[in-house]
Design a protein around this ligand. Structure first.
Ligand code: FDA
Length: 496
């Protein structure tokens, strides 16, 4: 309720926020979580909570009147269509030079992501988080995160036999024929459920292509793991459709201003609550935007000059390859990715063999590459426009394209194939206008101390992807979760 006081307030319900809430609650602390997106716990008129990837509707996009599909075109036709404006699940947030895709709702990115749960190779870890003790991460916190998230490996014998992974087997064949290392990656999907989907004994979800706008069964989003456990403690409350706009010190506590939204995005109430401690877990973009504003407007003047810096896109770039007719990728493609091509050490790229769940045969192989792109952008405050801006430039994706080409130019040469030019526009090979993996903006051991305590303001913490300096060499959520587990362990021991 407005005017209420809570011991701990957590802004955002993604990976960082969910870890903080669960571990604090288990330690006996009452926690209130505020989430700007919806709860996603009620079916729509079609009986389903989430819309299918192939049929986006009002539930699919955050306050847009037209979809902004990552793959915008197909065979020369634009795919985007009008939708009613609604507090939908996927935000395609546009900054100059880049569109940043993010999940909106209780569960954050876990609602929309592919579930690829990758622990980076230990020898690459010091380049990701140089101030963090790697031995501790690999002995304690990565295992804890993987257990908490419900990460498991696909049954390879089954994978080798099912139609819905034909596309991935084609990806393996082409990778291996060009002497690349093809690696299976774990996921949070319930593989037994997917086996039943294939067998036809349960409603189809991954096999029906559900992913980008939510998954109605099978995927263990945070709603089913960390947040379910947190709620079961009885100490965690979550308010959905509540967006934090300000955090200011007052009498040794913090006053937090919150806007309540309706499903059209209209502010229906503005509330203030007070808290002893506040955790910023609004995601790399959400946390960075808030902190940039709070520093620039004088609400939190003690924040240091590292706020807003070190933001990266995890080197994301997408592309498709056109296969020969004998390399069909299948009309049914499971939406859950299972593998990647690792050319990180030689070429700076790790490519996820991604599904293209269109329901028709495309003869396309589709990839999301994570690359060692060195470019970093910064959030700054535009006082005239009253918003935080990011200075990423479109041309900064060129290193990512060059690194991805170390894999796909070679595969194309070996197979005698070409890139698809119809997926991101007309005659455009690279999906280089976007990222799924925003990271940084409040870097660990720079904007914060080595455990996420913000410099210059006691009792304020960052505990999400904003802490990570722009790149993880693989898909990021396991690392975000493991780092949050590490930081909260120390914070509970010393600050409570
Ligand atoms: P996260 O973004 O999860 O959560 C932040 C939450 O805070 C959101 O729910 C947001 O609505 C809320 N919020 C923001 N501002 C707020 C405010 N002012 N007030 C209240 N609430 C606010 N990663 C991976 O490892 N494997 C994968 O397969 C994929 N695939 C993938 C696909 C797609 C389409 C996307 C968009 C992303 C992925 N990712 C991924 C990335 C992964 O989902 C992402 O890195 C994490 O969700 C980030 O976790 P955080 O805890 O940092 O924030």
């Amino acid at each position: 309720p407005p005017g209420a006081h809570v011991p701990v307030l957590v802004i955002g319900t993604g990976y960082g926020g969910s870890v903080a809430a669960l571990r604090l609650a288990q330690a006996g602390v009452d926690v209130h979580m505020l989430e700007m997106g919806m709860a996603w716990d009620t079916p729509g008129s079609d009986g389903k909570i989430f819309a299918n990837t192939t049929t986006p509707d009002h539930r699919s996009y955050w306050l847009r009147t037209k979809t902004k599909q990552p793959l915008s075109n197909f065979l020369g036709f634009p795919l985007d269509k009008d939708v009613p404006k609604y507090t939908g699940i996927l935000d395609a947030e546009e900054f100059s030079g880049i569109t940043v895709y993010q999940g909106r709702g209780v569960g954050g990115g876990s609602l929309v992501n592919g579930g690829m749960a990758v622990t980076p190779l230990r020898e690459r870890f010091s380049a990701i988080l140089p101030s963090v003790n790697a031995a501790e991460m690999y002995s304690t916190y990565y295992p804890r995160a993987n257990a908490g998230l419900g990460v498991t490996e696909v049954d390879q014998a089954w994978w080798n036999s099912v139609d819905c992974y034909q596309y991935a087997r084609v990806g393996r064949k082409h990778a291996q024929r060009s002497n690349f290392s093809f690696v299976f990656v774990p996921n949070v999907y319930d593989w037994d459920y997917m086996k039943k989907e294939v067998a036809g004994t349960v409603p189809k979800s991954a096999v029906a292509g559900e992913i980008l706008y939510g998954n109605n069964a099978g995927k263990k989003s945070l709603q089913k793991t960390y947040l379910a456990q947190a709620k079961a403690t009885g100490r965690v409350a979550i308010s959905a459709l509540h967006r934090v706009t300000s955090v200011t010190p007052a009498n040794g506590r913090y006053t937090v201003v919150v806007e309540q939204l309706d499903t059209s995005g209209t502010v229906t109430a503005t509330k203030t609550v007070t808290a002893n401690k506040v955790f910023f877990a609004a995601g790399s973009v959400g946390t960075s935007k808030l902190l940039t504003r709070l520093k620039a407007t004088g609400a939190l003047p003690g924040l240091n000059n590292e706020i807003g810096k070190g933001w990266g896109d995890n080197g994301n770039v997408m592309c498709g390859r056109a296969n020969h007719l004998w390399d069909a990728t299948g009309t049914v493609q499971a939406s859950i990715p299972t593998a990647g091509i690792d050319n990180w050490d030689a070429g700076g790229a790790f490519a996820e063999v991604a599904p293209l769940p269109t329901g028709i045969e495309t003869w396309a192989s589709f990839y999301l590459s994570i690359t060692k792109n060195p470019n970093r952008a910064q959030f700054t405050w535009n006082s005239t426009a009253n918003r935080a801006e990011l200075n990423w430039q479109a041309a900064w994706k060129q290193p990512s394209i060059d690194m991805a080409k170390t894999i796909f130019d070679k595969i194309n040469a070996k197979e005698g194939t070409i890139y698809r030019t119809d997926l991101f526009g007309v005659y455009k090979i690279w999906g280089d206008h976007l990222t799924y993996h925003p990271l940084g903006g409040a870097i660990l051991n720079k904007a914060t101390d080595n455990y996420g305590r913000l410099h210059g303001c006691s009792n304020l913490y960052v505990i999400d992807g904003a802490l990570i300096p722009g790149n993880t060499s693989v898909n990021p959520f396991v690392t975000i979760t493991a780092l949050a587990e590490r930081n909260i362990d120390t914070i509970i021991r010393t600050d409570f």
